[in-house]
Design a protein around this ligand. Sequence first.
Ligand code: PLP
Length: 385
Amino acid sequence: MNETYGDVIDAVRAAIGRNSAALHEPIFLGNERLYVDECINSSFVSSAGKFVDRFEQDLANYTGASFAVATVNGTSALHLALLLAGVQPEDEVLVPALSFIATANAVSYRGAIPHFVDIEENSLGLDPRALRVFLEASTRQEEGLCLNSETGRVIRAVVPMHTFGHPCDVESIVDVAEEFNITVVEDAAESLGSFSAGKHTGTHGLLGTLSFNGNKIITTGGGGAILTNDAQLARKAKHLATTAKTHHKWEYSHDEIGFNYRMPNLNAALGCAQLEQLESFRSSKRTLFERYQSAFENFENMKIVQEPVNTSSNYWLQSLLLSEDLVGQRDELLSALNDAGLQSRPIWNLLPRQIPFRNSPCASIPVATQIERRVINLPSSAGLA
Ligand SMILES: *Cc1c(COP(=O)(O)O)cnc(C)c1O
């Protein structure tokens, strides 16, 4: 490497304007205490109350989705969304080979099988070309269903994910999926505040999901949401998330096996206050990106990951992409950064290499395999800008 580890540490420090920093910290400088206090005083702290309704309405307004249904976390939102998309046990669901494990776990909760597909370097998300190559070579159509020619299983859905907030080429993915009769469920857990072709991520497919875990761009402590434009699916999502309880003044009557997945009002109170600050977090993160980009401008063997063209990223997590000849030094660089007080970490291990998914089907994934060893996430808190 032409630059030394010391040069990288100096560049990070120059970008963030301090000597040490955590990877990501939440900020609570708005109405959080006011709303949480109001929620406690109302005694409605659990799965009913005005903050849940308001949070859902605010999310729908912000994202442009017709409906938002708040859940206990992003994983439960994805589980429900897959169920609502018609995913059946023993179906296959196409998932990017590089994602947080929750994307594949949710498929398994449904009794379905994740089938991994390659990503592209440009967005770090699912590659529509690799998707098409796989579908053309390895599937056949039968009665309006897409079948895996080898296993005979139905390939019911595809779950594009917007890595670190950068929108993947979801328009092309939707086109390919339509052609092959596959439903799109977007994992937009990391991309609240990110838009592709002017449309919010999570609103391109039949359903999309968000996460408000403590490390995401806004947090409800723990939480998630399902986005959809389909009134019936939204109603069903709410019903299934509240134990499928039918409306009655006092009777406990449930019309199917539901889930206890509704977001508590207390978390929604925090969420309403956080959502009020989303635009400011988003603009801080974009500023931070610009500072990182200029700090690393003259580095030859690494660059800061930038939003793909025709998209607007929330820049949730900043990342450094090492050139291929530096993969052998990634871990030493990570050690140097962390030892210097700059909390940094690599991208996830490939999903098909994770113990629970080692036997899951996997298409050819050359890009994911090399990207896995080239990405380092850098301190990204909105407070650093
Ligand atoms: C955070 C995240 C999730 C899951 O969200 P939780 O709220 O933690 O359950 C799912 N997918 C991706 C890509 C994530 O980053």
